[in-house]
Design a binder for this molecule. Structure first.
Ligand code: PA5
Length: 402
């Protein structure tokens, strides 16, 4: 399903060293994601909750930040699935404008809330949840409001867990042994995805296929660590499809939070070509040579019937493209970009058949595993994020938290 090609690789990669990290990753207390796709989870509770939400609500507001929202939002944006219920997002920033926009979009329509927080104490979702609870109570009353709240959190501890039990919310679980950014294939992602109309069985099946064939992830993890050792400190994830922009955000969070510690790690950036060939493309071609690029290449042409018409006067000189599909031209731009960039920096080409639930599931597992390998080989813990506490301490001081 996924073919990996490395171009202009001057670093010697050592897949043996990467393979040797696998037992350590697998036995890590936070590696619940490692075998998850092989375990055939029971999806009945998620599917029946999704059905109920679709029957009751025009909108599901997903409240969460970081790993609690990026993965499922990225998949929904990429697949644009059909559902009677639209999934909206809140609690991933402190912007009043963003929150008001969600209130305005809901208007008088029926809605439910899925609050997602493993710790239950994260400020952004906690504030948004309080505001949406108030809206639910105003619209549905004290006794009906809790029936429209779905809480995805730790199975046994935490403020949100305790509130969910006390108020009898429907609950879903963030497994104890899976951190936020590795959690998209758990209840965290599966409930909103099922509500949005994504085929979650196909998603998990794609991840399973990748979990059964780990070689490409091992090679990619090994390559990243070798490039990091060779002073390549920046990686760019490139796609040629605007609806994958948020997938780039998920990828940046996974790698940035997993690797960036102890003064180490590769800085992850993402671009959408061809748009960004007219901005960052210049830097990639001729700027500092400390970067490498990973390009997602989906082979199957989309909308092949969208072709360039012939023009009798050819005033724009585009008749040489007449009859070609836009998909073909976009793919030729991808081939040309890889050729131009790999003349000067290492480029990893990841070929997949098409953008689908299955290939996204495969990519998610591929990146989770390669990220864990690459971080371990660079000597950092892929599963913690101690650095995010620093700004919180300062903010809580300013806000006067007791
Ligand atoms: O990857 C992580 O662990 C983080 O990005 C968390 O997902 C994020 O901070 C949200 O945490 P929580 O789910 O506890 O609210």
């Amino acid at each position: 399903m996924l073919e990996l090609t490395i171009l202009n690789n001057k670093e010697r990669i050592d897949p043996a060293a990467a393979t040797a990290t696998l037992p350590k990753i697998k036995s890590d207390p936070m590696a619940g994601w490692y075998n998850l796709p092989l375990e055939a989870p029971d999806l009945s509770k998620i599917l029946s909750a999704a059905k109920m939400i679709q029957a009751q609500s025009a909108y599901l507001v997903c409240i969460g930040v970081g790993g609690s929202y990026l993965g499922h939002r990225a998949i929904i944006e990429a697949l644009e699935p059909n559902s009677p219920t639209k999934v909206l997002y809140a609690g991933n920033s402190l912007s009043p404008h963003a929150l008001k926009a969600v209130f305005d979009e809901i208007g008088d329509a029926d809605f439910s809330v899925n609050v997602i927080s493993k710790s239950g104490t994260t400020t952004e979702p906690a504030i948004a949840f309080r505001l949406f609870k108030q809206k639910l109570i105003e619209k549905y009353g004290e006794s009906e409001a809790p029936r429209r709240i779905y809480a995805t959190t730790d199975a046994s501890t935490g403020i949100l867990h305790d509130e969910a039990v006390a108020a009898s919310y429907a609950t879903f679980t963030v497994p104890e042994n899976i951190g936020g950014r590795y959690s998209v294939l758990t209840d965290v992602g599966l409930l909103p995805l099922a509500v949005a109309g994504v085929d979650i069985k196909e998603l998990l099946n794609g991840a399973k296929q990748m979990a059964e064939h780990k070689t490409p992830a091992i090679r990619y993890g090994a390559l990243r660590a070798a490039l990091a050792a060779g002073n390549y400190d920046t990686e760019i994830l490139a796609t040629f499809e605007p609806r994958l922009q948020l997938f780039g955000e998920w990828w940046k969070q996974l790698f940035g939070e997993s690797e960036g510690k102890d003064g180490r790690g590769i800085f992850p950036a993402s671009v959408t070509y061809t748009t960004d060939l007219h901005s960052l493309g210049q830097y990639v071609q001729e700027g500092r040579r400390n970067i490498f690029e990973t390009v997602l290449d989906f082979a199957e042409p989309e909308h092949p019937d969208l072709t360039i018409p012939s023009s009798p006067d050819n005033l724009d000189n585009l008749n040489y493209l007449a009859g070609e599909s836009l998909a073909h031209i976009n793919h030729q731009a991808l081939v040309a970009t890889i050729k131009a960039h790999s003349a000067t920096i290492p480029v990893v080409q990841l070929k997949l058949p098409r953008i689908s639930a299955g290939t996204l599931g495969a990519l998610i597992y591929f990146f989770e595993l390669s990220c864990a390998i690459s971080a371990k080989l660079q000597g950092v813990n892929p599963f913690d994020q101690p650095g995010v506490e620093a700004y919180k301490k300062e903010m809580f001081k300013l806000l006067g938290r007791p």
